[in-house]
Design a protein around this ligand. Structure first.
Ligand SMILES: Cc1cc2nc3c(=O)[nH]c(=O)nc-3n(C[C@H](O)[C@H](O)[C@H](O)COP(=O)(O)OP(=O)(O)OC[C@H]3O[C@@H](n4cnc5c(N)ncnc54)[C@H](O)[C@@H]3O)c2cc1C
Length: 477
């Protein structure tokens, strides 16, 4: 295999013949937004040579076949809200945007499933489900922008994963175009299957490296009748975080169990130009419960109140739900607006180690004189520690953030954690992927990639480093 070829005028003409003249862009100004996702670090921004907007699976398959024939990389892209630089075309070539494949094909309320194209916005999936009196349980904080195909490709988590699981738990089946351009449907409307390898689950979370998702059947579940949010305010991170496991163990079965430290509350308050309870000294647990009966809701409310008070809460409030969730969802945008140079991290640790991990993470920040602020999908052990530029000079940022992340990951792996709970590896974390992944497991993953994508066409440079040996592209060992 030779190294990647450029998109010549002839290839652009072939792409136009597949998707139509208006669905191909090559103009530099219009290409620029497709060079990055939400990762602000310019080391991970790469210009595509062309962006194409297919409207059906056959067009996707033809593009992938063309790319294999010509050895040109193809990077699938949803809304570009990713936080791992997975949709940034590391080696140029073709960005394949799924945004025009945006139809809800079927809402089956009777049998509780929905068939969608990958370009449907997550919030539209949620709305179509609730219009049918049901719930689609995937709920990333970016839901008003991201696409369902992107959620499946990253196995997005979010605010309800503690109760309902991540996106992989919401999917019955996916249709994909393979890295060599074949079309196949994986999974089915089945509640169980032991019929060979579970390929749909292999593709889910593979960040566009093993297949392009062109259709999905997602699960819908009954809506619970009663719902309530609680805001437990704690004087410090330790007491707040130590309460998480107690709530889980008490069986209150929260739909959401989110943490915001005091820095996070304040940056969101500044961004939203609003004020929040105990803003000067509080650390929040936002706890949501949903139940089928009012009595059950009352019972859970009493238990939550008792547990939080017994564990040092300084206030137990029933907040303005819209306002408190606006703050929680604003964290990413608030940080970005305050300082473009920052790095959102995504470690996940065993929930039993959450208090220890939180303490150590903040200590590592202090060791580096770095400003870190935290929100966490606490019930999942998933800590979004965002490191801000603070006093770090711009020219020292790249080296410094790598040092900090290295220390964070040495600690994370020492307690059985992983580098990403939901955002993925993308190209942002691939060097850490090689450093921290068990070599046997890395080799198995690379063998799968090699078997499915022998030409390394699909999203090269995401998850794994690529080497060029003797003019051939291959995965770095
Ligand atoms: C403010 C904010 C809040 C966020 N909150 C959360 C959160 O709570 N939970 C969470 O998990 N994430 C969160 N994210 C991250 C991001 O929104 C998710 O990773 C989301 O799933 C990405 O969807 P997207 O459509 O933007 O995909 P993109 O960013 O376009 O792509 C992401 C990856 O998926 C691949 N991909 C996209 N579509 C397809 C397809 N159809 N087939 C194959 N591969 C494809 C791309 O190649 C890339 O590797 C947040 C991001 C922001 C900016």
């Amino acid at each position: 295999m030779s190294k990647y070829n450029k998109c010549s005028n002839e290839i652009i003409a072939e792409l136009k013949a597949i998707v139509g003249e208006k669905s191909v862009i090559t103009d530099i100004d219009r290409l620029a937004p497709y060079s990055q996702d939400e990762v602000t670090d310019e080391r991970y921004h790469h210009m595509p040579e062309v962006v194409v907007f297919p409207e059906n699976r056959e067009q996707v398959a033809q593009i992938v076949k063309l790319a294999n024939r010509e050895i040109i990389p193809v990077t699938p892209r949803g809304a570009g809200t990713g936080l791992a630089a997975g949709a940034s075309p590391m080696y140029g070539g073709i960005v394949l945007s799924l945004e025009r494949m945006n139809h809800i094909l079927e809402v089956n309320a009777e049998h509780m499933y929905m068939v969608v194209e990958p370009g449907v916005k997550t919030q539209d999936v949620q709305k179509a489900a609730s219009d049918a009196g049901l719930l689609y349980a995937g709920d990333p904080s970016s839901g008003d922008n991201c696409l369902i195909g992107g959620n499946i490709a990253t196995n997005a988590g979010g605010n309800k994963a503690v109760k309902y699981g991540t996106t992989r738990h919401q999917v019955y089946s996916i249709e994909i175009v393979t890295p060599t351009g074949e079309i196949t449907e994986l999974g089915g409307l089945l509640n169980k299957s032991t019929s060979g390898y579970c390929l749909e689950q292999l593709i889910i979370g593979s960040e566009g490296t093993l297949g392009i998702i062109t259709k999905a059947t997602v699960k819908l579940i009954p809506l619970q009748k009663y719902k309530m949010d609680f805001l437990a305010v704690f004087p410090d991170a330790e007491t707040a975080i130590a309460t998480v496991y107690k709530l889980i163990k008490a069986g209150v079965d929260p739909t959401s169990l989110e943490y915001m430290d005091n820095e996070a509350i304040n940056v969101c308050a500044r961004y939203l130009k609003d004020s929040y309870p105990h803003q000067e000294d509080g650390n929040y647990l936002i706890i949501t419960v949903e139940t089928g009966t009012e009595d059950e809701l009352d019972d859970k409310a009493v238990r939550i109140d008792e547990i939080c008070n017994a564990n040092g809460a300084i206030a137990m409030l029933v907040p303005d739900s819209k306002k408190i969730w606006a703050a929680r969802r604003a964290f990413g945008d608030a940080n970005r607006e305050e300082c473009y140079i920052h790095s959102p991290e995504d470690m996940v640790v065993p929930v039993k180690h959450l208090p220890y991990a939180m303490k150590q993470f903040m200590q590592i920040c202090r060791n580096h004189q770095a400003l870190g602020r935290v929100v966490a999908h606490a019930g999942d052990g998933n800590i979004h520690l965002t490191i801000m530029q603070g006093t770090i000079a711009a020219e020292e940022w790249s080296a410094k953030i790598d040092e900090i992340v290295n220390d964070l990951l040495i600690f994370t792996y020492s307690i059985g954690g992983r580098m990403s709970g939901e955002h993925g590896i993308g190209s942002k974390r691939k060097k850490w992927m090689h450093k921290f992944t068990d070599p046997v497991q890395l080799r198995i993953m690379q063998s799968i990639k090699q078997a499915l994508d022998p030409n390394h066409i699909l999203n090269p440079g995401t998850i794994f480093e690529i080497d060029q040996q003797g003019g051939a592209m291959c995965l770095k060992g």
